[in-house]
Design a protein around this ligand. Structure first.
Ligand SMILES: Cc1ncc(COP(=O)(O)O)c(C=O)c1O
Length: 388
């Protein structure tokens, strides 16, 4: 956008650092040549480290939903009994994809705004026929709720029938604590435009040994997303199909930066920012959706005040350069969602909260934006001081 600097606070795509933008502007290389092989290998190795796995990373050209489809079709056969743990619209999407490819989909459905309860999932698994796989969203971007994935994974690992654990990590991976091998996750996917700080276009799949073995038996139809094909080519430092080379250039830099920062510090930074945003939102008089124990580290959802019409309110914020997201599906017009993943610092959050406060006031819901910005800074500093 010309003229005004936007404060892009959607939960992906996220603002990307100048170093990533520069990298993405580089000249093309042959995707069957040695430079590309280095790019693929270095990026994959960095991602494996950040995701906490010694297993393989497959980089596919597509968006996060493509990666969800790839995860399903490379592990399951039509008729397989699967359990989808859904706490919002992205959990529902996972179920839709599995249904579209003929899985026998059962739903462990949790009211939107809440997280899945490990004890309830344990009871469900103990009282139902074994499942071939359990599909779970780590961070539900539609509600700003994070599932207690470590605990849920432990429950799935103990379930009879030894189901595969397949995770949508799209909006949490890289920013929130995650230990693929340590927690027993068999397959997790993400996408370049989220915490990885690159443009949209590359889907990331981390595939553990059990998921890889399941792939040999899985008979759902697949061609473009076939992991066996991707694996064969990855071993040569290539992808089967023409990849989004520019996005990979950017992703390599995003991954390097996260490795330099260190996982623990990145996770703590996101947690401190999220805490600051929640303090600011509350100071504006808005009520966050997520219960304190299950707040997302990357997206904060808040209820819109009664009588505030989302369309005009959002248009007014946009007019001032603040871009946030609205609610999805049944929550359209009911909530706003504020993204804070990737290249985020407290200054952009404070600025966004100040704009939001001013706009709320214009719409007849008096709020002190500067006070909210101050509250966000104070809450952030109190937490960040402990990790610096
Ligand atoms: C948790 C989650 N799953 C899936 C998706 C879909 O990803 P994409 O829009 O890249 O297809 C998103 C994107 O916001 C997401 O946050």
């Amino acid at each position: 956008m010309r003229g005004m600097q936007q404060n892009l606070r959607t939960p992906g795509p996220t603002p990307i650092p100048a170093a990533v933008r520069d990298a993405q502007a580089q000249q093309m290389v042959d995707h069957r040549g040695p430079e590309f092989a280095d790019l693929l290998r270095e990026t994959s190795a960095g991602l494996a480290e950040l995701i906490g796995t010694t297993g393989e990373i497959l980089l596919l050209t597509g968006s996060g939903s493509g990666a969800l489809e790839a995860a399903v079709v490379n592990t399951l056969s039509p008729g397989d009994r699967v359990l989808v743990v859904t706490i919002g619209s992205f959990g529902d999407r996972f179920a839709q994809i599995a249904t579209a490819f003929g899985a026998d989909v059962n739903r462990f459905e949790v009211e939107w705004g809440a997280a899945a309860d490990p004890a309830a999932l344990r009871d469900h698994l103990a009282s139902h026929q074994p499942y071939r796989a359990v599909l779970i969203t780590h961070n539900e971007t539609s509600t700003g709720v994070a599932n207690p994935l470590r605990e849920l994974a432990a429950v799935v690992r103990q379930a009879s029938g030894d189901p595969l654990l397949v995770v949508d990590g799209i909006s949490g991976l890289g920013a929130m604590p995650f230990e693929m091998d340590g927690w027993g996750v068999d397959l997790v996917v993400s996408a370049s435009q989220k915490a990885w700080m690159a443009s949209p276009g590359i889907a990331i799949a981390a595939v553990g040994e059990r998921a890889r073995a399941a792939g040999e038996r899985a008979s759902m139809p697949r061609f473009y997303w076939d992991f066996a094909e991707a694996r064969t080519w990855a071993e040569k430092g290539q992808t089967p199909w023409t990849p989004a080379i520019s996005v990979l250039y950017g992703l390599r830099v995003g991954v390097q930066r996260l490795r330099e920062e260190g996982r623990g510090r990145t996770w703590a930074r996101h947690e401190a920012i999220a805490t600051g945003v929640v303090a600011g939102i509350e100071s504006l008089g808005l009520r966050p959706v997520a219960p304190t124990a299950h707040r997302s580290g990357t997206v904060t959802a808040a209820w819109l005040p009664d009588g505030l019409e989302w369309g005009p309110f959002n248009a007014a914020m946009r007019g001032k350069g603040l871009i946030v997201a609205g609610g999805q599906g049944k929550w359209t017009g009911k909530i706003l969602r504020f993204g804070h993943m990737g290249d985020v610092g407290i200054d952009e959050m404070a600025e966004a909260l100040a704009i939001m406060g001013g706009t709320l006031t214009e719409f007849g819901h008096p709020a002190d934006g500067e006070a909210a910005a101050g509250a966000a800074r104070a809450a952030y500093e109190a937490m960040a001081a402990g990790v610096r």
